[in-house]
Write a protein that binds this ligand. Structure first.
Ligand code: BGC
Ligand code: ZN
Length: 368
């Protein structure tokens, strides 16, 4: 069967590869679920893997099949599978357990090991193939009524985790009732985080560089009832002066400079969550005395959040459903750029690299 792959270490090596069709029997103890892939989303991670910034092939392979945002239909299940049945729509988690205590309790998303195993990203083949198989432990059922939001389940799981982690960590304060949040970045993570926070009743300011006029990202953020702020006109400190300092900031711009800037504006007892993965070597001047002083005097918290486990997929999917009835038709606007079939892999990568307006690029792998 066909697969879209890269040669890790070789920049711009995206190509079509051949892979054997997997079978339910590939997973021991009858726990295999064979999925026919319908759609796969790609994001900045796939772009950076193709740039050879990171990503490793599975042991024994020269290529790494990419794609970690999947949506498909169950084709066949092993005899021990109880959670899903043929015909169900599903997605699948990305990370697989290593050996730490966190991996053993189903929390590979917070593994304490330096090496992590992620399908389509590091050491494991991804989902941009005709079929894939996995242990039912990692297969997540998607309600049929959310079929039209397909590949957004994975980025949504990361947004759900980022917010959940802030709330978990803020239990340190005994009482934390956040009212105002800034979300920096209006890519898929920034917008989906905006949705998660709006559903929790926060006053959300979604901040990104592009001007507001004629901007789809602004339209989506405002469709969720947030305020879109173009940082080319209003800086984060300006915004904090105008509307008050936020209780929570979720940073998702992909810029480490902005990540540090958020530390200058969060309010007392506030939390900042960093989610951007910055593969480069950028250096920025930071007013360290000012941040340090305010950080200590304000009992502030900074945390990093990556990946998502099964539970975050479930809560993300529940929020997608609530989002559909609260802000009907808004979330699907994120799905801007479909690509027809895996043969169009070059066009997929071109959109990802060159088209700054392509909010979400995804491949229609098969009909269903
Ligand atoms: C993926 C996450 C993953 C992270 C780090 C993101 O693009 O969506 O699941 O943990 O990259 O590799
Ligand atoms: Zn991703």
């Amino acid at each position: 069967m066909k697969a879209v792959a890269v040669k890790p270490g070789t920049p711009n090596s995206v190509h079509l590869a051949e892979q054997p069709v997997p079978s339910v029997g590939d997973v021991p103890e009858g726990r295999g679920v064979l999925v026919r892939t319908l759609k796969v989303g790609v994001d900045a991670t796939d772009r950076e893997i193709n740039d050879a910034l990171y990503g490793n092939a599975p042991p024994g392979f020269e290529h790494l099949t990419i794609g970690h945002e999947c949506f498909g239909v169950v084709e066949e299940v092993g005899p021990a599978v109880t959670k899903v049945k043929p015909g169900d729509y599903v997605t699948c988690t990305v990370r697989r357990p290593g050996g730490s205590i966190y991996d053993k309790i189903g929390r590979s998303d917070i593994t304490s090991e330096e090496t992590y195993y992620e399908r389509g990203i590091n050491l494991l083949h991804g989902f941009l193939t005709e079929y894939f198989v996995d242990d039912e432990e990692f297969i997540v059922r998607m309600p049929v009524g959310l079929k039209h939001l397909h590949v957004l389940a994975e980025p949504m799981s990361c947004a759900a985790k980022a917010v959940e982690q802030a709330y978990e960590a803020q239990k340190r304060l005994q009482v934390w009732e956040p009212k105002r949040a800034f979300v920096t970045g209006a890519g898929q993570i920034g917008l989906l985080t905006t949705l998660v926070l709006r559903l929790r009743g926060l006053d959300v300011y979604t901040c990104a560089r592009s001007p507001k006029e004629g901007n789809l990202k602004a339209e989506i953020a405002e469709g969720y009832g947030a305020t879109y702020v173009s940082t080319s006109g209003t800086t984060l400190p300006d915004l904090a002066n105008e509307v008050g300092k936020p209780d929570l900031i979720v940073e998702a711009t992909g810029s480490s400079a902005v990540a540090y800037e958020t530390m200058e504006v969060v309010g007392h007892n506030g939390a900042v969550v960093w989610t951007s993965i910055t593969g480069g070597n950028r250096r920025t001047e930071v007013p360290t005395d000012h941040v340090n002083l305010n950080w200590v005097l304000g009992n502030k918290l900074l945390l990093g959040s990556v990946n998502a486990n099964y539970r975050h997929f479930e809560s993300g999917i529940a929020d997608m459903a609530l989002g559909e009835v609260t802000f009907p038709g808004v979330t699907e606007k994120i799905l801007t750029n479909p690509v027809d079939g895996m043969d169009e892999y070059a066009e997929m990568m071109r959109l990802l690299v060159e088209d700054k307006d392509a909010l979400k690029v995804y491949v229609n792998v098969a009909d269903g």
